[in-house]
Design a protein around this ligand. Structure first.
Ligand code: ADP
Ligand code: MG
Length: 275
């Protein structure tokens, strides 16, 4: 409630001006989802306005549409977060087709687990990425999981084991080079699969969403490879890459503008929720 009041005050708006409310219906932890759903539904009843349960990943998928440089439909979306690594084909609002996904760890999870192995704390994705920028490329060779195989699917759990083996034999002075090897491996696989997805779908527009989309090395490599193929890459603003309320509000506003029905007030949350 204090957050809602603060956001409204900063935007110079009042509760009475709200015409709809969006909340995250799933996937996620049931307890956290229930807090948001209960508050949103109660506020909606009190204000007499429609309330919409939104899929967390749809929020990420549509977040690049909040940028000044908006992608046109259709596009391929790479969703890389702490909990998900997926390639989707997006033909419009509500028209999403899964092209491939990770068979084990998500890319962000691999960043976080590897960062922890190197003593960088948790969640250490950004710290690992910063350390890698000081590392020498090519000093350590790490696998490129499922690069040649697996079509548009990913696998990242083997990388942390490979890093664990390397770190056991190396000293702290080698950690930047190990971080660099890790980031280079993840980035190479992500870029290759994105380009494969574009080609397989005959598309030239790629949208990157989710926390790992803030990664500088990933952005640089995607931009370079896309330029070579005269394709375009769209990113949300960095502050909209990780989880945020704006993307959920935007998804809800988009659905409401299309005249879609509100979620009934007898609501549930869905810890597991296919898109
Ligand atoms: N610059 C970065 N480089 C690599 N990973 C990053 C970077 N910034 C954030 N992350 C990772 O993004 C993830 C958080 O993204 P988010 O979309 O909030 O995930 P989720 O919704 O699945 O929890 C974490 O795993 C974090 O380490
Ligand atoms: Mg997220």
């Amino acid at each position: 409630m204090p957050l809602t009041r603060r956001v409204l005050a900063r935007a110079g708006r009042s509760m009475r001006e709200l015409y709809g409310i969006g909340y995250t219906e799933g996937p996620g932890l049931a307890g956290a989802l229930l807090v948001g759903a209960s508050y949103a539904q109660a506020l909606g009843v009190a204000l007499g306005i429609p309330v919409l349960g939104i899929h967390h990943l749809e929020g990420h998928l549509l977040s690049p549409l909040l940028s000044a440089r908006r992608p046109q439909f259709p596009f391929v979306a790479l969703l890389v977060s702490g909990g998900h690594t997926q390639l989707m084909r997006v033909d419009g609002v509500g028209e999403y087709r899964l092209l491939g996904e990770t068979q084990d760890d998500a890319a962000g999870e691999a960043f976080d687990k590897t960062a922890k192995l190197l003593g960088l704390g948790y969640p250490g994705g950004p710290a690992l990425s910063a350390l890698a920028e000081n590392g020498k490329p090519g000093r350590y060779a790490l696998p490129r999981p499922m690069l040649a195989s697996g079509g548009l699917d990913f696998s990242f759990s083997g990388l942390k084991t490979a890093v664990l083996l390397l770190a056991g034999k190396a000293g702290p002075a080698d950690h930047a080079d190990i971080a660099r090897a890790f980031v280079d491996a993840v980035v190479e696989v992500l870029v290759a699969k994105c380009m494969r997805a574009l080609q397989a779908n005959g598309l030239k527009r790629l949208v990157v969403a989710g926390g790992v989309g803030a990664n500088r090395q990933l952005r640089a490599a995607l931009d370079a490879e896309a330029a070579r193929r005269s394709a375009e890459v769209y990113y949300p603003e960095p502050e909209l890459c990780t989880d945020n309320g704006a993307m959920i509000a935007f998804a809800a506003a988009t659905h409401l503008q299309r005249g879609e029905a509100a979620t009934p007030h007898a609501f549930t949350v869905k810890p597991r929720l296919p898109l």
